[in-house]
Design a protein around this ligand. Structure first.
Ligand code: HEC
Length: 125
């Protein structure tokens, strides 16, 4: 019957859409990359997006998001001593830090010093 075939097609289409919705939700929960890119303009005045060291400033690209968030947290709690980064880290909300982590984590640095096994390769769109 043609009616039931159309129904099955609609069901398959609906399944596909809900799968897409699930994966979108996961990306959003991990941090809003677009917001991170917007906020990053302040960071890249010092940190190189190419992943190079510049004047004693470490690269922050390609880091696992949880490590990135943890480092910023340590500056916020002042358990990491650096007055510049403590001031900067203290200005952002948790959502904004997560967004920055998502953005910088998605960039691939070219620094050979970075050997994180968890570098998220292929996640860049
Ligand atoms: C005025 C220059 C400057 C700006 C602007 C700046 N940083 Fe930093 N950042 C530094 C310096 C210097 C260090 C090294 C501090 C230390 O020794 O702990 C650092 C360290 C870090 C680290 C730790 C890296 C590691 O491997 O230990 C992270 C993460 C970081 N910055 C993120 C950011 C983010 C995100 C922004 C923008 C919101 C930002 N920084 C803006 C100068 C800056």
């Amino acid at each position: 019957m043609s009616g039931s075939r159309a129904g099955r097609c609609a069901a398959i289409a609906a399944l596909g859409m809900s799968l897409m919705a699930v994966s979108n939700t996961r990306v959003m929960a991990a941090g809003d990359r677009a917001l991170g890119e917007y906020l990053s303009s302040e960071c890249v005045a010092c940190h190189q997006v190419t992943g190079q060291h510049a004047g004693g400033i470490p690269p922050i690209v390609g880091l696992p998001e949880d490590s990135f968030i943890q480092m910023i947290d340590e500056y916020r709690k002042k358990t990491r001593a650096n007055p510049i980064m403590q001031t900067i880290a203290g200005k952002f909300s948790n959502d904004e830090i997560a967004a920055l982590a998502a953005y910088f984590g998605s960039l691939k640095g070219s620094s050979p010093a970075r050997t994180n096994t968890q570098t998220p390769r292929g996640r860049r769109q």
